[in-house]
Design a protein around this ligand. Structure first.
Ligand SMILES: [Ca+2]
Length: 391
């Protein structure tokens, strides 16, 4: 018993250190291009993080004043409408149009409705056409970590967003859950998945997880994070997998950009900046995919090792599109072909009974796939040679 308690304390302390380290990495990452560094006198120790201004105060009921829903349409781009989920008149009086696609954006640490990627996502969609863009703004809760609520706060946020989904679903001018596309970045990706746990009826249409954070969610209980049961379709893009992002798989299709862990242009003079850069790089990839003519194309591949060895180089018709306009139908067909048999799709065994398409992405540009693979291999060789001769 004594050993067990001591073990528990060690585990708790270790977890607190990991969480704190990760929190600061996320906090200092450049999610919000206008994000400010914590002022002097901010939290400096683990104890300081137990009760910060980012902790949620009572009453713990939804809607909560620090979790707000701002509706943007092309007509109201500069003047969003604040939705009140307790009043039917709120949606009646808004520019919400059920005939337009509806996107719900959930930011991550140090994010907010005035910050990228929320703003860039919104602008990219309006460049494309008419949408209902709802940005969930909980910026005052993620200015700094609140360790005392570290497990509970994301669930509470998800519970409130589920109330928004129910509100839209029950409203005569609203839309059902399967018409919704939730886009979550970092911890926001997990919050999007957690929403499914609190819906009164229906199932979400689509969730896009942008590098779901590894923080907080390291167990095997899939009700605690983003998994394929949370929506009809879930696509996940990994750019900092295994460091600040989860390795996955989390969805029906998981995309590992450039191998999923390290991104071009992210070699910085600080390890903090390098790791956070890999994590945040996921947002420009997805944002660019909204209006990109070339698109980001992915090749199915069982694992990273085979990818780097150049064994994943299928014919053109095997590629799938990543991002907003994902080749959903083709991915579905592949999943059905693969089923859950480990003999035809060995990588399925990684996911148990869930269909999984392991994919690795390179921007395809106009090069044919075989030529592109040669270029990729050449770049990897140059990198390896450089790494082996640091001088
Ligand atoms: Ca889940």
């Amino acid at each position: 018993m004594r050993t067990s308690c001591r073990g528990d304390r060690i585990m708790t302390t270790t977890r607190a250190v990991i969480v704190t380290f990760s929190c600061f990495l996320l906090l200092y990452s450049n999610e919000g291009t206008e994000a400010q560094q914590p002022p002097n006198g901010g939290p400096k120790t683990v104890n300081d993080l137990l009760n910060t201004t980012s902790c949620i105060e009572q009453p713990y009921t939804c809607p909560h004043p620090r979790i707000q829903y701002y509706l943007y349409t092309r007509a109201t781009q500069q003047n969003p409408e604040l939705l009140n989920t307790l009043k039917a008149s709120s949606l009646y009086g808004s520019r919400f149009n059920a005939s337009h696609p509806t996107k719900i954006i959930i930011h991550g640490f140090a994010g907010g409705r005035h910050l990228s990627p929320s703003t860039d996502l919104r602008d990219a969609y309006f460049t494309r056409g008419d949408y209902n863009i709802i940005i969930v703004d909980y910026s005052t809760l993620v200015k700094e970590p609140c360790l005392s609520q570290i497990n509970w706060a994301p669930r509470f946020g998800a519970k409130c967003i589920a109330q928004l989904v129910d509100y839209l679903s029950n409203h005569p001018r609203g839309v059902p859950p399967d018409a919704l596309h939730l886009i979550g970045y970092s911890v926001g990706a997990h919050i999007a998945g957690l929403v499914a746990n609190y819906l009164n009826k229906g199932k979400l249409g689509r969730i896009t997880g942008l590098d779901p954070t590894i923080l907080f969610f390291m167990g095997n209980n899939r009700s605690h994070d983003l998994d394929p049961t949370d929506a009809h379709f879930i696509d996940v893009i990994h750019t900092g997998a295994g460091i600040l992002g989860q390795w996955g798989p989390n969805g029906h299709a998981d995309f590992y950009v450039n191998g999923g862990t390290s991104q071009p242009g992210c070699a910085q003079n600080s390890i903090f900046r390098t790791l956070s850069c890999d994590h945040t790089k996921v947002t420009p990839y997805f944002i660019e995919s909204i209006n990109s003519k070339a698109g980001f194309w992915a090749v199915p591949c069982p694992n990273q090792f085979l990818y780097y060895l150049g064994f994943c180089n299928p014919p053109d018709d095997q590629y799938v599109l990543m991002g907003e306009h994902i080749s959903r139908k083709r991915i579905r067909q592949k999943s059905q072909v693969c089923g859950t048999s480990s003999s035809s799709c060995p990588h399925l065994t990684l996911q148990g009974t869930q269909p999984f398409l392991g994919s690795f992405v390179e921007p395809r540009s106009s090069l044919p796939s075989s030529k592109l693979a040669q270029v990729v291999k050449l770049l990897h060789c140059i990198r390896d040679v450089r790494n082996s001769n640091p001088g």
